[in-house]
Design a protein around this ligand. Structure first.
Ligand SMILES: Cc1cc2nc3c(=O)[nH]c(=O)nc-3n(C[C@H](O)[C@H](O)[C@H](O)COP(=O)(O)OP(=O)(O)OC[C@H]3O[C@@H](n4cnc5c(N)ncnc54)[C@H](O)[C@@H]3O)c2cc1C
Length: 402
């Protein structure tokens, strides 16, 4: 039966959800607070090349491929050379698995060690027990820090791997196998990630009603509506709306992140690469850097090189000028040369990321409870977003599938 759905929030989560409902034949109205759709995702065309405001790529799966076909968008695949991914450990660039010792330890932990999450241990403490200190410091810390926008001691394993069986009866290998889907690597689009938003919007505009400049501010307003409600607004915007019904100790933490696109005349690494991930206490403040112009064709104009650096920064602490200096210092640690950038573009997103910690885990349990209690009272209200089942676009696409 055709359902009538109201979706609040026209970021990528709301757009993906609208897409799945359209495929299901439902009648959808999408409400967005701003005049434009896409949320944090967008691409600016500057004279030096493309500047992404948030995501630089999406992990391609068969389901995402089929969505791209529907919306008439051809992905741009990464250059072959970008298979090279570096870790900055012990003051030098290394490739996975860093050393034979680390590789063997990691393999042993993945294949043979029982997977047991300890609710009182943060990811760093748990990782030290599960993989050993060197693997945690040199591989896990940089890899997860780059994705979750923070350091390991701010993260909790059961929040990140909420779908995995962490009761002590499975192994990481078994859980990976159970949840594995075929993937085709990270892709972008001819004019950057903004293309994904434009194509989704154009596809949806013919099939659903889109109302911009409209926002929800009170829960009671939507609870009165006699149709299915899907809330796809960011966690930062959701918290004030839920405040009247949330306990004060059940408020999740939000993180601020800065993404800096640097155009310069020289490359960061001698050989082309995907990018570099940085561990803690390695003398570098960035979490990671993507070498855009090594990665995808068409990112720069002329002979420039483009890099995107990610910082866990708070704008009150780090002025833009400071961030520029920090970036050039970080960069010179790798290149061993102090160089000047041709141009730097900084975007700071305050509170854009949820901290994947204990608080978020119990907050999500509360949301599940709300959803169930409301359903019993005949109200069909559900929450979607990067605080529910993963931060990345692929997780958002899969979590909105019907
Ligand atoms: C710097 C950075 C780099 C990233 N890199 C990657 C990457 O390379 N690959 C990847 O997979 N992921 C990446 N991510 C993660 C991914 O981009 C985000 O998780 C995702 O875009 C979040 O989308 P969203 O729709 O849930 O939220 P948002 O983008 O925040 O969208 C929410 C929407 O809701 C609207 N809204 C807010 N309040 C209301 C209201 N009251 N009523 C109605 N509408 C409202 C907003 O205006 C907005 O349009 C990155 C994120 C950042 C910040």
């Amino acid at each position: 039966m055709k359902e009538s759905i109201s979706i609040y929030g026209g970021g990528i989560t709301g757009l993906f959800l609208a897409y799945h409902h359209v495929k299901n034949g439902d009648i959808v109205t999408l409400y967005e607070e701003k005049e434009t759709l896409g949320g944090v995702i967008g691409t600016k065309k500057e004279s030096e090349g493309l500047v992404e405001l948030a995501a630089n790529g999406i992990l391609l799966t068969d389901d995402i491929k089929s969505m791209l076909d529907d919306i008439g968008l051809t992905p741009v695949f990464p250059n072959k050379a970008s298979k090279r991914r570096y870790f900055w450990t012990n003051q030098k660039l290394s490739q996975f698995p860093i050393s034979l010792f680390s590789g063997t330890k990691l393999l042993y932990s993945i294949l043979l060690k029982k997977l047991k999450f300890e609710p009182n241990l943060n990811f760093e403490e748990w990782g030290n027990q599960m993989f050993g200190r060197s693997v945690t410091k040199n591989i896990i810390e940089p890899a997860l820090g780059g994705i979750y926008g923070t350091r390991l001691n701010e993260l909790y394993p059961d929040s990140i791997f909420s779908k995995w069986d962490g009761s002590g009866s499975s192994t990481i290998f078994k859980e990976i196998k159970k949840h594995k889907k075929k993937t085709y690597g990270t892709v972008s689009f001819p004019n950057g990630m903004g293309d994904l938003i434009t194509h989704l919007r154009n596809y949806l505009a013919k099939k659903i009603t889109i109302k911009t400049g409209i926002s929800i501010s009170q829960l009671s307003d939507i609870q009165k509506k006699n149709r299915s409600i899907r809330i796809c607004i960011s966690l930062k915007k959701l918290l004030p709306i839920l405040k009247p019904i949330l306990k004060s100790d059940n408020i999740p933490n939000l993180l601020t992140i800065s993404t800096i696109t640097r155009f310069g005349e020289t490359k960061l690494t001698k050989k082309p690469c995907f990018g570099v991930l940085f561990g803690k206490n390695e003398g570098i403040q960035a979490l990671g850097v993507l070498c855009n112009s090594d990665l995808f064709p068409g990112r720069v104009n002329g002979n420039l090189h483009s890099e995107t650096w990610i910082y866990p920064a708070s704008p009150s602490k780090e002025s833009k000028k400071n961030l520029e200096t920090i970036l050039e210092n970080d960069r010179s640690t790798i290149t061993m040369k102090m160089e000047t950038a041709k141009k730097i573009y900084i975007t700071t997103w305050e509170g854009v990321f949820p901290a994947y910690d204990k608080h978020l885990f119990s907050f999500n349990q509360t949301l599940d409870q709300f959803e169930m209690e409301w359903e019993k009272k005949g109200m069909d209200i559900k929450f979607y977003g990067n605080y529910r089942k993963g931060i990345g676009l692929r997780s958002l696409f899969e979590s909105t599938m019907l």
